[in-house]
Write a protein that binds this ligand. Structure first.
Ligand code: PHE
Length: 445
């Protein structure tokens, strides 16, 4: 069975597929706004350290687990660890399932805004209040929101149904370079706006006193989220990486792409925000409410607005296919379904679970303990399942599957891995402790 497993066709292809998963809403939207909230460049520096130390280590662990077991997330943990370790795979697949349900909703918003940019959005969002009203009206229009969510899920299912090299790899090879070009275009626009300098200096001059404990915790959480870790994704993608590929090098590339794009996104958001007098730490509303106002005030605004939301859509879409693949692989490996059946079933179930998230933002369904359904789904996955899963994976490779991991990474000793000892102790102690701290803090509702 493991012999005829699908594989990525090329090295660049799987790096772009994994990077496509990593580059998502977290880079374009979340990274800039939490950087704004937690004090700019000092936060970025700390984030880089976390990514280099913990993020890369965990990603390597996941790739190794997947490539060694050549199974979906659940099957991999069952095969290598057995017993209770299987639960780690379950948690990952569960998180991917839940996250995709609301991620597709937000990707749908981005798609809708891309189209709306050309159909008069710019004339409606000339002030913050007006833009807020447009956004609320949009998210409470149920048929419209569901339609876009359905389009995203259908398109996503199609790509996953086409398979690893013919679907996911091919799609990411086109989409990632396009994303990069859009990003460069927007950076040029943003940094040449009159008054953008204040935003630039806020972003690139570190003020260490701005870095708070809360900011540090946020940096750790952001690093996991942004690199798509602790969710079965890198395990499943790892299972399609050909043997003989040097995994640490692949990890370096994926992390480099993900981190550069997050940092570059800041060069779009901050100069534009400061140029139009927008508070950078304003959270979720920044993307869908305040940025359109900025676009509406510049020449060719509709074009740049469309470019921005298309960028956001592409980023979200390539992440969404990786989330779907985790569940589809489960259906294939564990339930014995064909790829076609598995994709249809998982795609439909995830769409159904997304409906309450889609409705909750428009206020159409009651809140749960004071939170929207979407926020509850986000809380359970990001604050509980992800850190737990991350802790268990690093402990697993650090203490239990140590020899297996080493053999997998070095291809039974034929490839050198000079940082092995360092990696091992990060997995054994540093990463689990860091994740345990964010887990405990994250339990606060
Ligand atoms: N890494 C993606 C981002 O930065 C989000 C994501 C998280 C995607 C988890 C898949 C899984 O937006």
């Amino acid at each position: 069975m493991s012999n005829d497993r699908e594989q990525f066709a090329s090295r660049i292809g799987f790096i772009l597929a994994a990077a496509g998963s990593a580059v998502g809403l977290g880079n374009i939207w979340r990274f800039p706004y939490i950087t704004g909230r937690y004090g700019g460049a000092a936060f970025v520096l700390f984030y880089l350290i976390v990514v280099a130390v913990i993020g890369m280590s965990l990603m390597l662990a996941e790739f190794a687990i997947g490539r060694s077991a050549r199974q979906d997330a659940v099957g991999s943990m069952r095969k290598l660890g057995g017993g209770a370790w299987t639960f780690v795979g379950w948690m990952g697949a569960f998180s991917a399932f839940v996250i995709l349900s609301y991620y597709a909703v937000i990707a749908g918003w981005a798609l809708a805004y891309t189209i709306k940019s050309f159909t008069g959005l710019m004339t409606l969002v000339t002030t913050g209040d007006a833009s807020g009203a447009v956004f609320s009206a949009f998210v409470s229009n149920v048929p419209q929101v569901l339609l876009y969510q359905a389009i995203v899920m259908a398109f996503c299912s199609y790509v996953v149904y086409m398979g690893i090299s013919g679907g996911i790899e091919r799609c990411c090879k086109v989409m990632l370079p396009s994303l990069f070009i859009l990003l460069l275009l927007l950076i040029v626009r943003s940094v040449t706006l009159p008054g953008s300098g204040a935003g630039l200096s806020f972003y690139i001059s570190p003020k260490l006193e701005n870095l708070t404990r809360e900011g540090m915790l946020a940096a750790i959480g952001q690093a996991f989220f942004s690199l798509s870790l602790a969710m079965g994704i890198m395990t499943v993608y790892g299972s399609y990486i050909p043997k003989g590929e040097y995994l640490p090098a692949s990890v370096r590339w994926v992390v480099l792409i993900d981190t550069s794009i997050a940092i570059l996104a800041g060069f779009v958001i901050f100069p534009a925000a400061f140029a139009f007098g927008i508070e950078p730490g304003t959270g979720v509303g920044l993307t869908f409410i305040t940025l359109p106002v900025a676009f509406s005030q510049m020449p060719l605004g509709s074009l740049f607005c469309a470019a921005f939301f298309l960028l956001l859509f592409i980023a979200a879409f390539t992440s969404a296919i990786s989330l779907l693949e985790v569940n589809v692989a489960y259906g294939i490996d564990q339930l014995g379904l064909t790829r076609k059946k598995s994709t249809m079933i998982m795609g439909a179930l995830i769409f159904l679970l997304g409906i309450p998230s889609a409705l909750s933002v428009g206020g159409h369904i009651p809140q749960i303990a004071g939170k929207d359904f979407l926020d509850v789904a986000d809380y359970i996955t990001n604050n509980i399942a992800m850190p737990l899963c991350g802790i268990l994976i690093t402990l697993f490779v650090g203490w239990f599957w140590t020899d297996g991991a080493k053999a997998e990474i070095t291809d039974n000793g034929s490839l050198a891995f000079p940082l092995y000892k360092l990696w091992l102790w990060i997995c054994r102690v540093i990463a689990p402790v860091a994740m345990a701290i964010i887990f405990i803090y994250g339990l606060k509702w």
